[in-house]
Design a binder for this molecule. Structure first.
Ligand SMILES: Cc1ncc(COP(=O)(O)O)c(C=O)c1O
Length: 377
């Protein structure tokens, strides 16, 4: 599914030298290396502020709380994402209100958000939290309109979308604030847990920076109850090096995705979609989006059998995500039931992520496509 060693091998000398430098400085938590990474990241994203923290999960919580979300508020988001998109809203003390997804992009559907805003649960809605799922930005024109008309904040879950764009703007610079994850499998990845908040807003930036260190502006003077969620020097050093390569890696992912499209077309197995019939539906880059292909996700009506078939041939695949969030045991108190979000539920039954990473070779892709064509025949 993913061979991280192919990225590590050509970089290992450079990475070891950077880690050695951190050891020489003995600045292990925040410090000069994290500040330097934060600056380089801000320049690359063309965003005013970047605040490194311990994980994408913490970045979501920091972004929400720093943007003023608190107990009694509602935040609208998607049921088809990683758990943290919803759990971070609960951790901020607010109520998650879910709205269904678009079956083509799997991203939050703006029309469903407009409908959800009319429900009593959303009477205290303060923000919308769209996720740029699989590396493709949510429809930011529509969400900007909805936010402006309803006086809502927009928080991006950009965990899977380093380098993605909506029109000319980068993911991370679109909303009031955004959260990135640098989990080791992400496009831009650390050697452990790490994350980052980005924003162009002076107050949100100042507050996020304070909240990541127990609400301290002055040492041992606590203005608010924050948390300990600091980025460490080793991760900062590794991430700053990888920043130099990420644009090339994302281009390579785009080439891999294009090659899958071509190979599947040649194999004659594509259904036009959005739902699969006898063949498979391919993922689709919509106008306005610059996709960075964190995942290449097909749809199949016989997804589980297809996955088993691939596994017996030693071909990796993964299901992001098998259970929509409204059907998770931990979230049953939200009061949703099966049938509430039919697009998310159908996607959870049909999606299958195929191997994709910058160094994936054409012969390996051929093997994947040939196996899928064989299964379908
Ligand atoms: C969409 C999404 N949101 C949030 C997160 C949370 O990030 P982390 O694992 O770094 O806490 C992830 C990553 O796993 C993610 O994919």
């Amino acid at each position: 599914m993913l061979d991280l060693k192919r990225q590590y091998e050509p970089l290992h000398k450079e990475l070891l030298a950077a880690l050695e430098h951190v050891l020489q400085t003995q600045q292990f938590i925040l410090g000069e290396q994290v500040a330097s990474f934060e600056q380089a990241a801000a320049a690359q994203l063309r965003v005013k502020y970047t605040i490194g923290c311990s994980s994408g999960t913490d970045a979501l919580w920091l972004a929400l709380v720093a943007a003023g979300i608190r107990s009694g508020d509602s935040v609208i988001t998607t049921p088809f994402s990683f758990f943290a998109s919803v759990s971070s809203i609960l951790r901020a003390g607010a109520r998650p209100v879910l709205a269904d997804i678009d079956p083509v992009t799997f991203n939050l559907d703006p029309k469903a958000v407009s409908n959800a805003l009319d429900s009593p649960a959303a009477s205290n809605a303060k923000a919308v939290l769209p996720v740029h799922l699989y590396g493709q930005c949510a429809d930011w024109d529509a969400f900007s309109r909805i936010a402006a008309e309803n006086g809502l904040k927009l928080i991006e879950d950009a965990a899977q979308a380093w380098g993605a764009k909506w029109k000319v703007q980068t993911a991370g610079s679109l909303g009031d604030a955004a959260a990135f994850s640098f989990y080791p499998t992400k496009n831009l990845s650390a050697a452990g847990d790490a994350g980052m908040v980005t924003t162009n807003d002076d107050q949100i930036a100042e507050r996020a920076r304070m909240l990541r260190q127990h609400g301290m502006r002055r040492r041992y003077h606590h203005d608010e109850v924050g948390w300990n969620t600091r980025l460490d020097g080793f991760q900062g050093a590794i991430l700053e090096i990888k920043l130099k390569y990420i644009a090339g890696w994302n281009d390579a992912r785009r080439a891999v995705a294009e090659r899958y499209h071509l190979l599947f077309r040649k194999a004659g197995v594509i259904d036009s979609g959005p739902y699969p019939a006898k063949g498979i539906v391919l993922p689709h880059e919509v106008p306005g989006a610059h996709h960075v292909w964190h995942q290449y996700v097909i749809r199949s009506a016989r997804r589980d059998a297809l996955r088993e078939f691939l596994t017996t041939r030693n071909i990796g695949s993964e299901i992001y995500y098998p259970v929509p969030l409204h059907m998770q045991t931990a979230l049953k108190d939200l009061g949703y039931v099966e049938g509430d979000f039919p697009e998310a539920e159908r996607a959870a039954r049909e999606v299958l992520a195929l191997p994709i990473f910058p160094e994936l070779r054409e012969d390996e892709q051929q093997t994947v496509v040939v196996a899928i064509a064989k299964f379908l025949s």
